[in-house]
Design a protein around this ligand. Structure first.
Ligand SMILES: [Zn+2]
Length: 305
């Protein structure tokens, strides 16, 4: 074959390969700010889009600082999915280095789900970022993820939509399972007390009263004043149990439990999933673990006997 014709055929083949849908989407570089968002993005994106997650499992998303590998990943990324509403204070550094072609998507800020406001602390009155702790809030994240991926990779839109419908059906089922499991907890025991005000969406969705020592982990944790007012509240309410979180040292809740003689239970997983062999290895497991912990510690099992 003529050498020139051979070259032209090769170039045409390469051009066809580059413009083919599978190549375009599989070469996409997506970033998730932390493990819960990574889990939700994967449910829509499928396995053939690579996702890099900024905050490693077990670390606190509120107090993370960008590392050199994070910066390298951002430089090569197409889309960054983050939560927003102040969950990731470090996102401002990421925005400062973002190129024009990088799409930044704040899921909680764009989600079609009612926003609750923080009731205490430095950010009192600001939107509470922990919207994913209600399954229907997570479903609203799925919609934003699907819309974003479909706009960027239209050739894959049908597959994204199919997976999103499956994910949302699973979240509705999960929501029902949580409702049924928590039903047995007596009305007088329906009080969640923890360090960070991270379960207000969950509490609101499932009919619990909610109390925390501070607003967000990014502010001062457990000042003498905050500890004293929580102690007073506990003496007054005497809930069956107090809870600590996986990303926060349990010293504050432990001190309150000792002082009041109340039981301490945990950990709750909110701002991170657990490792693969832990109880919150993915988003549904995180919700199931939360539900089982509350059911056990607040007397759901005793009520069913
Ligand atoms: Zn948090």
């Amino acid at each position: 074959m003529d050498k020139r014709i051979s070259w032209i055929i090769t170039l045409l083949l390469v051009a066809t390969f580059i413009s083919s849908p599978s190549f375009a989407a599989s070469s996409a570089k997506i970033i998730a700010s932390f493990s819960v968002i990574e889990d939700l993005v994967k449910r829509v994106a499928g396995d053939d889009i690579s996702i890099t997650t900024i905050v490693p499992i077990g670390e606190d998303v509120h107090r993370w600082e960008l590392t050199p590998p994070n910066v390298l990943a951002v430089e090569e990324a197409d889309i960054v999915f983050y939560n927003g509403h102040g969950l990731e204070p470090w996102i401002r550094h990421l925005k400062a280095m973002a190129s024009d072609r990088l799409t930044l998507v704040a899921l909680a800020e764009m989600a079609d789900y009612p926003t609750l406001t923080l009731q205490q602390g430095q950010y009192e009155g600001s939107p509470d970022p922990h919207m994913w702790m209600a399954p229907q809030g997570a479903a609203a994240y799925i919609d934003v993820i699907t819309h974003t991926l479909s706009a960027r990779f239209p050739e894959r839109a049908d597959a994204f939509r199919t997976r999103a419908e499956e994910a949302k059906d699973a979240l509705s089922l999960l929501d029902q399972q949580v409702i049924e499991r928590l039903e047995g907890i007596p009305h007088t025991n329906r009080l969640i007390t923890m360090s960070e005000a991270a379960l207000s969406y969950f509490a609101h969705a499932y009919g619990f009263e909610f109390a925390a020592i501070w607003g967000l982990n990014s502010e001062t944790m457990g000042s003498a004043h905050d500890m004293a007012s929580m102690s007073e509240r506990l003496v007054d309410k005497r809930p069956p149990a107090l809870f600590f979180e996986s990303t926060t040292p349990d010293i504050h809740m432990d001190a309150l439990a000792r002082e009041t003689g109340l039981t301490l239970a945990g950990p709750l997983y909110v701002d991170t999933l657990s490792e693969a062999d832990g109880p919150a290895y993915n988003y549904p497991a995180l919700l199931h673990h939360t539900t089982e912990l509350l059911h056990e510690a607040l007397g759901g099992a005793r009520a069913e006997e």
